[in-house]
Design a protein around this ligand. Structure first.
Ligand code: AMP
Length: 222
C-alpha cells in the first residue's frame, strides 16, 4: 500500500507516518526529514535547501522532485509500500509524481488530508522538538521525551527546528494555503482524497487513516 499524507505544518503527518511505519511496515519518505539529514551532513543539496527552509519557504521543485524520485524508486520503499510525508506540496510536484507512477508502474492507493484549524497548529508548532537522526517528533508539553533533549528511540540530541520560529511558522501556513491546497483539490478531483479530522487523539487519527486506506484499496479492486 502506498499513501500520501498531506496537511499543514504541525498537523501530525510525521507522528502518523511514524505509527504507520512501526505498525504496518510502510517506509516513510518524508521530504522535510530528508532535507534536514542533508543539512546535517552538509551536502550540496543540504546547503541549498537550508537557504529556503530557515525562512519557511519551499525548496525549488526541481531538486525536491529529483530527491524524492530516488527514494520512491528504492527497493526499501517498494518492498512493503511507502508513505509520502510532505511531498507533493505544490502542483508541479503532484504532476511529476503522477508521471513517476506511470513510469514505475506504481500506484498511490490513497491520499489522506489531515485537517486542523490554523490556531491549533501555531500552538502545536511552538513547543515542538525533533531528532535530526531518526526524525522522531516530541512536544515539550504534549509529548515530552523521557530524558530532557534526548531522543527516546536513538539517544541522539533533540533540537528545535529553525523554521518553528514565529515568523517562519506564519510563512509556512501561508504557503500551505496558497501552494499546497491546490494539491488537495487536485487529488479530490481525481477521487483519491479522504479528509481526516486531525484534532482527534493520534490513535483515533491513525485508525481513521487505516480505515480510509482500506476503503480506497477495496474500491480500487472492485
Ligand atoms: P516539513 O518537515 O515537512 O515541515 O518540511 C520542512 C521544510 O522543508 C519546509 O518548510 C520546506 O522548506 C522544505 N520542504 C519539505 N518538503 C518540501 C517539498 N515537497 N517541496 C519544497 N520544500 C519542501
Amino acid at each position: 500500500m502506498n499513501l500520501i499524507l498531506i496537511g499543514p505544518p504541525g498537523v501530525g503527518k510525521g507522528t502518523q507516518a511514524e505509527l504507520l511505519e512501526k505498525r504496518i511496515g510502510l517506509k516513510t519518505l518524508s521530504s522535510g526529514v530528508i532535507f534536514r539529514q542533508e543539512i546535517e551532513a552538509e551536502t550540496d543539496l543540504g546547503r541549498l535547501a537550508k537557504r529556503y527552509i530557515d525562512h519557511g519557504r519551499l525548496v525549488p521543485s526541481g531538486v525536491t522532485i529529483e530527491m524524492m524520485a530516488k527514494r520512491i524508486r528504492s527497493a526499501e520503499a517498494r518492498k512493503n509500500g511507502f508513505i509520502l510525508d510532505g511531498f507533493p506540496r505544490a502542483i508541479d510536484q503532484a504532476v511529476a509524481l503522477s508521471e513517476m507512477e506511470e513510469d514505475m508502474d506504481t500506484v498511490i492507493d490513497a491520499v489522506i488530508s489531515l485537517e486542523v484549524p490554523d490556531e491549533i497548529l501555531v500552538s502545536r508548532l511552538s513547543g515542538r522538538v525533533g531528532c535530526t537522526k531518526c526524525g522522531a517528533i516530541y512536544h515539550m508539553t504534549n509529548k515530552p521525551p523521557k530524558r530532557d533533549w534526548v531522543c527516546d528511540n536513538c539517544n541522539s540530541p533533540l533540537f528545535v527546528r529553525s523554521d518553528d520560529q514565529p515568523d517562519a511558522i506564519q510563512q509556512r501556513l501561508q504557503i500551505f494555503h496558497d501552494t499546497t491546497m491546490p494539491v488537495v483539490s487536485y487529488y479530490e478531483g481525481m477521487g483519491m482524497l479522504t479528509r481526516v479530522d486531525a484534532r482527534q487523539e493520534p490513535e483515533k487519527v491513525y485508525l481513521d487513516i487505516l480505515a480510509a486506506a482500506a476503503a480506497r484499496e477495496s474500491k480500487a479492486s472492485q
